[in-house]
Ligand binder design. Structure first.
Ligand code: G6Q
Length: 549
């Protein structure tokens, strides 16, 4: 495969950038009344308006050529077909099989994985219906009303964002909590408010060896045994989700209460697997299946739609345009929806763990930028915090705005004001405010001329700030599934273009290894000479203060 920067489309984009960099979107809109029709696309009720981007017909054509020359479609087909595209872990990448609602066979090493995917889905349905229907009860006959998911990273963020976002669909009286941090405060604060007899713990860990999860699981177990006085009762209150069945068994979970998933499901792509068990217990299996249906609809769109209308591919291409040609270091995610407040956290992991790489698939160092920093906040809160920098700062920050047309919680005219804020912000970021417009405003306010000349430069907005508007009718499990799958595929396409492996995470593994090593030194409670002077100094400080275990 030729090097990214040698591709004809890449070279053409490089020269095209110099024609584009001084053009203003305001003029592009003035000159082309069809801009919205040309630069918007739909899938079901999801509308992507990408017309507020620094692009012309020529830019879009070249970006689509870049996707073709990078063989995005070929890589996509290889992923769906179960080829071993995770080249540094020697694995296929098949989270799409978990939501393969058409049930077409998907082969790994000659075996169709669909029967086992469906079997775990059935197990999840059976178990969740028993718990939610009151047939599975705590050891003393109490109904289960608190679910505590113990897991971290991919075994936490995906189910967490969905449970938060889908709260209106939850069973009345059922609560879900997520414990991830090794900081003992996280577990302690949650245990303060639950009763052991009505609490079900899900130990979620693909490896069943992650330090944070295992320590939290053991602490939860100790708390449970201590408060109930019954070791035997553990079986009724602890289930596991893992691909390491033996380790879960050794922890004390009965084999029938272990929910399996497989090494071809990456952690950050695992919410569609049994890692989604807290979602199922909280929302019910029917809603979980709607989530899978929505993701499947996006998979079908991604697979069957031409590049020019393909939502994940377009989002990916625009991201590459800003990342690699405008040197944008970050990408914002502004959900104008309170239920989506955890979306940036999930997307941070999805995107930054997938594409935070410097080595190409051929093992060479890249000579171009790869994954951006992902960050964001809910609207309209973001407007009162960091939007100043978006409007008048020196750094380019392309951003996605996600907004439902209808609220789940209508309250007077509040939702229409929220919509007005979204529309006003994306328009203002695009249009800016010229010197003449700013001057006119000041004159109309009656300000004296000498004051006007002082203040005027501060009142000008350059505009030309790119945004994608992603609208949908309302936030429900199906749409949620589609939106999450949309971002997964966006990240995948960018990884293909940057010629990196989006599916390993050696940086995460490094953290796990280092913490294990240092915790041994720390537990000796002796001053250390093993590391650099800074680390030794910090270790000595902890020892001198008799740090708590
Ligand atoms: C995700 C990463 C990472 C992982 C956690 C938890 O893609 O691999 O975030 O999910 O480190 O790992 P376990 O599920 O094995 O505990």
């Amino acid at each position: 495969m030729s090097k990214l920067t040698d591709l004809p489309a890449w070279k053409a984009l490089q020269s095209h950038f110099f024609e584009m960099k001084d053009l203003h979107m305001r003029d592009m809109f003035d000159q082309d009344a069809a801009r919205f029709d040309k630069f918007s696309t739909r899938m079901d009720d999801i509308l992507l308006d990408f017309s507020k981007n620094r692009m012309t017909d020529e830019t879009f054509k070249l970006l689509c050529e870049l996707a073709r020359e990078s063989d995005v479609e070929g890589w996509r087909d290889q992923m769906f077909a179960g080829l071993e595209i995770n080249i540094s872990e020697y694995r296929p990448v098949l989270h799409t099989a978990l939501r393969n609602r058409g049930n077409k066979p998907v082969f790994v090493d000659g075996e169709d994985v669909m029967p086992k995917v469906n079997k775990v889905l059935q197990q999840m349905r059976y178990f969740s219906e028993r718990v939610r229907g009151g047939h599975w009860r705590g050891y003393s006959g109490h109904l289960i009303k608190d679910i505590i998911n113990i897991g971290i990273g991919g075994s936490d963020l995906g189910p967490h964002v969905v449970c938060d976002a889908m709260k209106p669909f939850a069973q009345r009286g059922m609560n879900v909590h997520f414990v991830s941090n090794i900081d003992p405060t996280h577990l302690t604060e949650i245990l303060k408010f639950v009763q052991p007899e009505s609490t079900l713990f899900i130990v979620s860990s693909k490896s069943f060896s992650t330090q944070e999860t295992m320590m939290n699981a053991h602490s939860a177990r100790d708390w449970f045994v201590h408060t109930t006085g019954s070791e035997k009762a553990v079986a009724k209150h602890f289930v596991a989700v893992t691909s390491n069945l033996n380790a879960a068994n050794e922890f004390g979970v009965l084999p029938e209460n272990i929910f399996e998933f497989w090494d071809w499901v990456g952690g950050r792509y695992s919410l569609w697997s049994a890692i989604g068990l807290p979602i199922v217990l909280y929302l019910g299996m029917d809603h979980f299946e709607e989530l899978l249906d929505g993701a499947y609809a996006m998979d079908e769109h991604f697979t069957n739609t031409p590049i020019e209308k393909n939502i994940p591919i377009i989002l990916a291409l625009l991201g590459v345009w800003y990342n690699n040609f405008f040197d944008a270091q970050s990408h914002g995610v502004m959900a104008y929806n309170q239920y989506l407040r955890r979306l940036p956290a999930h997307l941070q992991q999805l995107d930054m763990e997938s594409n935070g790489k410097t080595i190409t698939r051929q093992g060479e160092r890249v000579d171009y930028l790869t994954g951006p920093i992902i960050w964001g906040e809910t609207g309209s809160n973001c407007q009162h915090a960091f939007f100043q920098l978006l409007h008048q700062g020196t750094k380019p920050v392309p951003a996605d705005f996600l907004v439902p047309a209808k609220s789940k919680d209508p309250l007077g005219s509040q939702h229409s004001i929220l919509l007005a804020n979204f529309l006003a912000q994306t328009r203002a970021l695009m249009m800016g405010k010229t010197e003449a417009e700013a001057r006119k405003e000041l004159e109309e306010s009656g300000m004296a001329e000498d004051k006007i000349s002082e203040v005027l430069p501060h009142k000008i907005f350059e505009g030309n700030k790119p945004t994608n508007s992603i609208m949908f009718e309302k936030l429900d499990p199906r749409t949620m599934g589609s939106l999450l799958a949309m971002y997964e595929h966006k990240v995948f396409v960018q990884g293909v273009i940057w010629n990196i492996n989006s599916f390993d995470q050696w940086g995460v593994e490094l953290g796990k290894q280092l913490a294990d090593e240092i915790s041994e030194v720390l537990s000796s409670r002796e001053p250390s000479e093993d590391y650099d002077v800074s680390t030794n100094g910090l270790l000595d400080y902890c020892v001198s203060l008799k740090f708590s275990d």
